[in-house]
Design a binder for this molecule. Structure first.
Ligand SMILES: [Zn+2]
Length: 384
């Protein structure tokens, strides 16, 4: 096994002063490789910390150009780079930071065609993409190729980080969200806003998980999700489990080959009208939900995970975790309106679209989720 040079020992001395971090850990980083998908808000801080930390080989997958509205969070880039290709600009910057590493470009981005060939070149995959087509493709490919996936996502003030497909017992993204969201609920189509500093937090957490995976230092985020709630300064950690019925990693998988899948997620929102022509809104405010619940005119359907329901639940709710909805759809009564809720209203919106497409047209999603309910209706309810 080779050794660190005197220059490298000096360069990484603040790592080497950490009792748990010897030259062996630093060497493993040097010999390790990571592919960063998406050189945007997450890919920027993540790749910068990985380059500075001395990860020996970094791949950058991005086909896009720098735009002025990127600069608020994509801190790799400067004003004079607007209009230039992100991956190439990022490579130059990372090599300026650390000339001792290798940076490879994948300027076509990650596609169904090239995913397997590219992933096979790296030890760890970091997903900083902002769209569901890529997210599902990356999840499926990392699982099938047995590569650990460091997942991160951001939305307004909130983000999340998980390590998926790491071990036999690790859940995959489809264990939590079996199918891409229904048309019209896709944040990348809506161009949702996001706080720049949140990307710094989530991207840095992702970089840290890659460093742990490659070096062997510390404990990898296993079977849990770190939620980053910067609006309220909270970082809850929630357990996640492998779903035996998962279409990818479950006991009888339906997805066994990347090339057979359709990863394109459409963006149009279908207009759904009740058969008696009464418009039922897709999203329902908390107060209206509360009124319908109080009058007994609606069922509330909780689609969160069991670990979340243990923390708090709206009394009288039906409970079916999102991943089980397709096979348990018959358990949902049809004699009243159905109002779906989750933590913040994203999963419930997906389920609402799903249920409407399955014929339950009187379904709505509770806006803001149980967190908004706790704030507006039940101040004593535990929040997470
Ligand atoms: Zn799975």
């Amino acid at each position: 096994m080779s050794e660190l040079s005197a220059e490298e020992k000096e360069r990484y001395s603040r790592h080497l002063r950490i009792p748990e971090w010897t030259e062996a850990e630093q060497l493993r980083l040097k010999q390790g490789s990571v592919l960063v998908i998406g050189m945007g808000g997450l890919g920027s801080p993540a790749s910068m910390y990985l380059a500075a930390a001395g990860v020996g080989r970094i791949g950058l997958a991005d086909f896009d150009h720098v735009e002025s509205h990127n600069l608020q969070r994509q801190i790799l880039y400067t004003e004079d780079q607007v209009g230039l290709k992100k991956a190439e600009q990022a490579k130059q910057r990372l090599l300026q930071m650390n000339g001792g590493i290798h940076v490879t470009l994948h300027e076509a981005g990650i596609t169904q065609k090239n995913v397997e060939e590219i992933f096979n070149q790296y030890d760890v995959i970091l997903d900083g993409s902002d769209n569901f087509d890529t997210r599902y493709l990356v999840n499926d490919a990392t699982y099938l190729l047995k590569k650990p996936l460091v997942y991160g996502s951001v939305f307004r003030f909130e983000g999340q980080v998980m390590v998926l497909n790491h071990m036999e017992s690790s859940p995959c993204y489809r264990c939590l969200f079996p199918e891409p969201p229904a048309p019209g609920t896709v944040p990348n189509c809506n161009e949702a806003g996001v706080v720049g500093a949140l990307c710094g937090v989530v991207g840095s957490l992702q970089a840290m998980e890659v460093i742990k995976l490659l070096s062997g230092v510390g404990k990898v985020l296993e079977s849990c999700i770190i939620k980053v709630d910067l609006m309220n300064g909270r970082f809850p950690k929630i357990a996640i489990t492998k779903d035996k019925k998962c279409p990818l990693c479950g006991n009888s998988p339906k997805i066994t080959n990347i090339q057979d899948q359709n990863y394109a997620v459409p963006c149009e929102l279908p207009s759904v009208t009740m058969s008696n022509n009464t418009e039922i809104p897709i999203e329902l405010p908390i107060e209206e939900t509360h009124a319908l619940q109080t009058s007994g005119d609606a069922y509330l359907l909780d689609v969160r995970e069991p670990s979340e329901a243990e923390i708090a639940q709206i009394p009288g709710s039906l409970f079916i975790p999102m991943g089980q909805i397709p096979e348990r759809v018959n358990e949902i009564p049809k004699d009243k309106r159905v109002i779906v809720y989750c933590h913040h209203g994203m999963r419930s919106l997906k389920v609402t679209h799903y249920l409407r497409s399955a014929g339950l047209e009187n379904t709505s999603s509770m806006k803001g989720g149980i967190d908004a309910w706790a704030l507006a209706i039940s101040p004593d309810m535990a929040r997470y």
